[in-house]
Ligand binder design. Structure first.
Ligand code: HPA
Length: 288
């Protein structure tokens, strides 16, 4: 059976699942018009077929955010028959009440990035797609419903400010993002969520806060340690606890994700172009 659900995770996610007793039964790198995808690991949990792809690397953090080939990854997932994506993301927080180790489900994105490949539709008149609600409402509600009794604080709304990276922000940039209404800051959700919409995929994101953003709290510079002192050892411990629980969270979320009906707008995001006769039923002929 081809998988309908994909988890786009961070680093070596298949190994974390394997350590929790879920072994992938197949792994493959897919070649796409945009280059090779990251390795895609196939799993079966109960009756649910799903795949896992780690954006940043298999063994460690090998690919920084601006060099993730999101087009190749999403093309490969779409080609496998995936229609629902859960993105697992680790941003910084602009709000004291969203603490390191908290789970946050963003509901919107403020794209403050500096460009890079952000569309499948270069050189054609397609892709003028409404981006509200940005995340699949059905998949997002199912995800939040499955998180009601997890042992972590869950925030069900946040504006994620997307930056390019790999550098972290200046304190002035973080102040600006706060004034603009941002709650989280990170480097991976954009353009990934925008590209997923171009392929009519249901996409929702679950983030876990890994640090308070620059300048929010007084944090002396500490060379050579994670985030150079931006996160305290106690905060890092809280973050590690979420990471350790990640396989359990995924196993809990899978039935909820599998249960959505796709009666959301996502399968028809390109409908106007379909009706106009610009695109046909074969999505592979749409992309450029
Ligand atoms: N800024 C940008 N990206 C991030 C951060 C941050 O503070 N933390 C994790 N990813």
């Amino acid at each position: 059976m081809n998988p309908k659900i994909a988890i786009i995770a961070r680093v070596g996610a298949h190994k974390a699942l394997a350590a929790a007793g879920l072994q992938p039964h197949h792994t493959e790198v897919y070649s796409t018009p945009y280059g090779d995808s990251r390795p895609v690991h196939w799993f079966r949990q109960g009756e649910i077929d799903f795949v896992v792809l780690s954006r940043h690397g298999e063994a460690g953090y090998e690919i920084s955010a601006p060099f993730i080939n999101a087009r190749a990854n999403l093309y490969a997932l779409k080609a496998l028959g995936v229609s629902k994506i859960l993105a697992w993301v680790a941003p910084g927080s602009l709000r004291q009440e969203m603490a390191p180790g908290d789970l946050v489900a963003p509901h919107d994105v403020l794209d403050e990035g500096k460009g890079g490949p952000h569309t499948f539709y270069a050189g054609v008149g397609w892709g003028f797609i409404r981006h509200h609600p940005l995340f699949c409402p059905e998949l997002r509600a199912a995800m939040l419903g499955a998180l009601v009794d997890v042992p972590f604080t869950v925030h069900d709304r946040a504006v994620y400010v997307a930056t390019t990276g790999p550098r972290l922000e200046t304190a002035a940039e973080i102040r600006k993002f706060g004034l603009l209404g941002g709650d989280l800051v990170g480097q991976t959700l954009a353009p990934e969520v925008f590209l997923a919409r171009e392929l009519e995929l249901c996409y929702t994101a679950l983030t876990y806060v890994v640090n308070y953003a620059e300048g929010l709290l007084d944090r002396p510079y500490a060379p050579g340690v994670l985030f150079e002192g931006l996160a305290t050892p106690a905060e890092i411990e809280r973050v590690r606890a979420v990471e350790a629980a990640w396989p359990e969270l995924i196993i809990r979320l899978l039935p909820a994700l599998a249960g959505t009906s796709r009666r959301c707008p996502c399968p028809r995001l390109m409908e106007r172009y379909r009706l106009r006769g610009d695109i046909n039923d074969d999505w592979r002929t749409w992309v450029r």
